[in-house]
Design a protein around this ligand. Structure first.
Ligand code: AN7
Length: 403
């Protein structure tokens, strides 16, 4: 049994209702699952294919529902041995770039688009800084349903834009930022019966909570000290925390990790609210960062993220664009893991928090890297060394090799 509940006033709503905020108090909604009805053993889970649907009993879809899946999840958890030595912590990387469309959004979309079909929606839509649109476009294609995506014009990394076009979404550039685009699609989704699949949709987050389940699985049911997550619209960190809490409540684990959210300096309303001890963020009207995925000034799920951070006795910090690029380079060149700038904020955050004494030596830290490096090739061309071009003779080549 599952239903929707308001996180503020606890009002309940039936799962069939298409609703994204509480009718009484306008609070955010979350899916409540009756975990006491679930009966599944660890050994049973371990027999199944590794990925989102391994945890079928914990996912709120009807028993007979047809699942729209691209075999998402099941991403690697790397032990970052070189960086661990350098930083003095036990560092793991949960590489969400290894998902079908190259980001963690796929976990949400398998659930969200399955729900859309269950609710007999004829079209789906989202606003996006890029990855959400790429993912939704692919899952809508698989489901055979129409897809509208609204993107801040000129501010989308090239790979993501290409994916949305490739998978046949109706791609609409908005002359404004993500926050403006989200407001517009929320209005349009009501007016035109488009099923909204931004992370304000609580069903989508149910797919993303499997990031936590998988980390526990991969650490052989041990709990890391800390999980570090790049934060934009605040859906993912909230979903991951919910996943850990559910495995705790179910009895699979008996402790919880510290949640740590990292934002880009000029798009960091959550960090500001956290440091000022506030429950609500003050929106940033003109967020700016090279990490375009998290160029968000009014994160809709901020109340959930702030709770996740507080409940877990966690922390929030921001990093500059320079620190983000340095971290991206470090991960690429010390560990062979290519991630997009937004993802590198988690590494940049760890480095900063070690310096600040927030992260202790020897801590077991899991960084979520949310999207693949190929999403944003332009950043590499503009911020890294240029390739060398020479005449095809051995003299010219020698001078480079022996330099
Ligand atoms: C690579 O695609 O918001 O805090 O519209 O693409 O759950 O928003 C992307 C977000 C981190 C932040 N890393 O996650 C979108 C969008 C990457 C991302 C985030 C995003 P949330």
């Amino acid at each position: 049994m599952y239903e929707l509940r308001c996180i503020e006033c606890r009002e309940r709503y039936a799962p069939e209702e298409i609703i994204f905020t509480c009718k009484k108090c306008n609070g955010l909604l979350e899916v409540w699952m009756n975990l006491s009805e679930i009966e599944v053993k660890r050994e049973e889970l371990e027999k199944r294919m590794f990925g989102v649907w391994r945890y079928r009993e914990f996912l709120p879809v009807g028993k007979k529902t047809k699942i729209i899946t691209l075999q998402e999840g099941g991403t690697p958890l790397y032990k970052a041995e070189n960086l661990s030595k350098e930083l003095g912590v036990e560092l793991y990387i949960k590489n969400e770039g290894a998902n079908p469309t190259g980001s963690f959004k796929d976990r949400g979309m398998t659930l969200g688009v399955t729900k859309a079909i269950e609710l007999k929606a004829k079209a789906v839509g989202c606003a996006s800084t890029g990855n959400t649109s790429a993912s939704l476009a692919a899952y809508a294609a698989k489901a055979g349903i129409k897809c509208f995506v609204l993107l801040p014009a000129g501010k989308i990394a090239l790979g993501k834009l290409a994916q949305a076009i490739l998978h046949g979404a109706v791609v609409i550039g908005i002359r404004g930022n993500f926050d403006v685009a989200l407001k517009l699609i929320r209005e349009a989704s009501q007016k035109f019966n488009i099923y909204l699949l931004n992370s304000i949709n609580p069903w989508r987050l149910e797919g993303q909570k499997t990031e936590a389940y998988e980390i526990i699985d991969q650490l052989v049911f041990e709990v890391p000290d800390r999980v570090v997550v790049p934060v934009g619209n605040c859906g993912n960190i909230s979903a991951i925390w919910k996943g850990f809490k559910e495995f705790y409540e179910y009895g699979f684990i008996n402790e919880l990790p510290i949640m740590t959210g990292i934002q880009a300096e000029k798009a960091s309303p959550v960090v500001k609210a956290f440091k000022e001890g506030k429950d609500k963020i003050s929106p940033i009207e003109k967020p700016e960062t090279i990490a375009t995925a998290i160029r968000i000034g009014k994160p809709v799920n901020a109340p959930k993220a702030l709770r996740a951070i507080r409940e877990s006795r966690g922390y929030a910090e921001s990093c500059t664009d320079e620190e983000i690029i340095e971290a991206q380079k470090l991960l690429a060149r010390k560990e062979g893991i290519g991630v997009e700038p937004a993802s590198a904020t988690s590494i940049a955050g760890v480095i900063k928090l070690i310096d600040e004494g927030i992260i202790d030596k020897g801590e077991r830290v899991v960084c979520i890297t949310t999207g693949h490096a190929l999403k944003d090739p332009e950043i590499v061309f503009s911020r890294y060394e240029k390739p060398i071009e020479i005449e095809p003779d051995i003299e010219a080549l020698s001078s480079i090799i022996t330099k």
